[in-house]
Write a protein that binds this ligand. Structure first.
Ligand SMILES: CC(C)(COP(=O)(O)OP(=O)(O)OC[C@H]1O[C@@H](n2cnc3c(N)ncnc32)[C@H](O)[C@@H]1OP(=O)(O)O)[C@@H](O)C(=O)NCCC(=O)NCCS
Length: 219
């Protein structure tokens, strides 16, 4: 029997993650089945790519009661403090978050994924990294070994994340960015697309370029 999962979010990360789950389901590689989206900006009943909007975020407690699992995809590139608070206000317990690994990803056996993590196709994750809850590893992202990653981080497609890193919570690593080993990235920080990080990023800062430098503070 399939486990029904509701995606918090919509066009963007939400539809991308939903499509990957459906792709895996059609391959017989997951027992998760997407029921639809919760989205405050779209009309209930409207289809976003393959699946309908089935309610607003405020409907989460009811759907929790009805037995659904959840995946959160509502993250920002520029500071995630409010988005995480919004998710936490819904009261979804960890054991009702679905963790999804697409069958075309490589995840070393010793990698620990928190509840609600998503690992998209062509991701590679080397041994002994630990991810908190609700992290998204998008298509083709590469993670080295022995990393500590906080909750609700978004590692965009094709990012190359080194090893022995400490990455805080709500961090966005941009498309195709590269991170040298032994660095730390603070909570709610952002590394821009294509950046090459060679120094630590403090909390709430956005860095860009090669070598990456401070651009501005996150919202
Ligand atoms: C870093 C980022 C958040 C900054 O956004 P922003 O504050 O709106 O920045 P702006 O577009 O106003 O650009 C400000 C300046 O920084 C430069 N800049 C912005 N992003 C840059 C990047 N990734 N690399 C190099 N330069 C960049 C701009 O060219 C501009 O320079 P200028 O003032 O000389 O013209 C954004 O550009 C970025 O890289 N986002 C990540 C994209 C991504 O990973 N998407 C994943 C899809 S889910």
């Amino acid at each position: 029997m399939s486990r029904k999962v509701v995606i918090l979010g919509g066009v963007g990360n939400g539809t991308v993650v939903a499509a990957a789950i459906e792709h895996a389901r059609r391959m017989g590689a997951t027992d998760l089945e997407v029921a639809g989206f919760l989205n405050d900006r779209e009309e209930v009943g409207k289809h976003l790519d393959l699946f309908p909007v089935i309610g607003k975020l405020a409907d989460a407690p009811r759907l929790l009661h009805e037995g659904y699992l959840f995946i959160n995809t509502i993250l920002r590139i520029d500071g995630n403090r409010e988005r995480i608070a919004l998710f936490e206000s819904l009261g979804i317990p960890d054991d009702r978050l679905a963790t999804f690994v697409h069958p075309q990803a490589y995840v070393a056996p010793s990698v620990q994924l928190g509840p609600g993590c998503v690992v998209m196709p062509n991701v590679s994750m080397s041994p002994a990294s630990r991810l908190g809850k609700g992290c998204l590893m998008m298509a083709g992202a590469m993670m080295g070994h022995d990393n500590e990653v906080g909750d609700f981080c978004h590692i965009a497609a094709q990012a190359a994340v080194g090893s022995y890193l400490h990455i805080g919570k709500g961090v966005h690593i941009g498309l195709n960015a590269t991170i040298r080993e032994f660095l730390s990235i603070g909570d709610f920080a952002t590394l821009g697309a294509g950046a090459v990080l060679t120094k630590n990023i403090p909390d709430n800062e956005i860095w860009i370029g090669n070598p990456a430098k401070f651009l501005r503070y996150a919202h």
